[in-house]
Design a protein around this ligand. Sequence first.
Ligand code: HGY
Ligand code: MN
Ligand code: MN
Length: 424
Amino acid sequence: MAVMRASVDRIARRAAQLAGIGGSGTSVSRLGLTRDERRAHELVGSWLERLGAAVRHDEAGNVFGRIGGTGPAVLVGSHLDSVPTGGRYDGALGVVVAVEAIEALRSAKVRLRTPVEIVGWADEEGVRFGIGLYGSLAAFGRLPKGAAARADTDRVTIRDALRALGLRGDPTKARIPKGAVRAYIEPHIEQGPRLADRGIPLAVVSSIVGILHARVTVRGRQDHAGTTPMDQRADALAGASEMISAVESAARKRGAAVGTVGEVAVRPGAKNVIPGECVFSLDIRAPKDRTLDAVARDVERTIRAVSRRRGLRASIDVLNRVPVAPMDRTLRHALGRACHAIGVRAPELVSGAGHDAENPALAGIPTGMLFIRSTGGSHSQRESASARDAALAASALAHALTDLSASYWDRSRPSGPRPGRQLT
Ligand code: HGY
Ligand code: MN
Ligand code: MN
């Protein structure tokens, strides 16, 4: 198979160009369905046009660039939005790597027998409207009912935001016809320490954790901070704080689970008023669905017990519950072989982060992910990754696309060396 080289310089340049959109210093704030996100989509569209791709922006705000004619395609890409003051590489580097794989195929004059479509997803982080993986949910027909009416804190709905971008305002129109996608591959930074700790540049993802997102509302009795005796209070925040520490202890109890409360709102929010209401978010994740359920049950039990003891009322609204998403064996083998072909013994990792890849996988489309080593954590300005590792990922991806395009797509015949060893 031809050696397909990616360009480290071009990757570094393009990653910097994207980081400049909504960026300041080493952080990026490029929220979903904003003008900045759209500018990032238009920039990626211009790279794809220069590669001769047929570029389109769908009704959900995603951007696609198709290469190699009509018919079922292999979809490759990631998201272009970020969390507020997030990192420069979460999502964006995956899109740069996907485009660079096409550049590498082009310079090696490799013509694939299967069309490839590069995608830049909209609003994967779900920061404004609370719907994570929004763009790929729309594409694979999995949006929650009434999504277009969901509003952000400025009461701007998804419909308004899409119309402000020149779209019609109905993201359900973005649904990709059944059978149009043969497979989906997402390159993405690892966002955790495992590859960096082992000095390995790439990994193949075996599965993506199950994720539960919920909102807990705790209602007590607003009262005077000075005249209300301690034994006559129904303090919503004091109760919520017991519940919040239970999220941590419930997750710690079950090894591979994680539990986070990232948002807390206190009302009325004055120092001399006993809080009458406290609303907090729940983000619980685990590599096995039964572990996720066990942690959720523990948290709910504590919320009920604390409410009874303190005379509070608590409600739990589940926003989204995504099951564990296993990656496709054929793709895991192909990605493992491709890493091997470029001299990288890529281990297999479970992804602790959620990704757009969950949606094609849960829609029954063969799905794979390739991790790129990153350092400095993620969802923060400390996030870092190297153009050299990204170039290795682009070369491996180009090899995998060639391998998959050459062999008839037979899901029952994974060939070649078994995937690399599983790292915890
Ligand atoms: O939350 C996540 O895991 C992803 O970054 N949206
Ligand atoms: Mn993210
Ligand atoms: Mn991401």
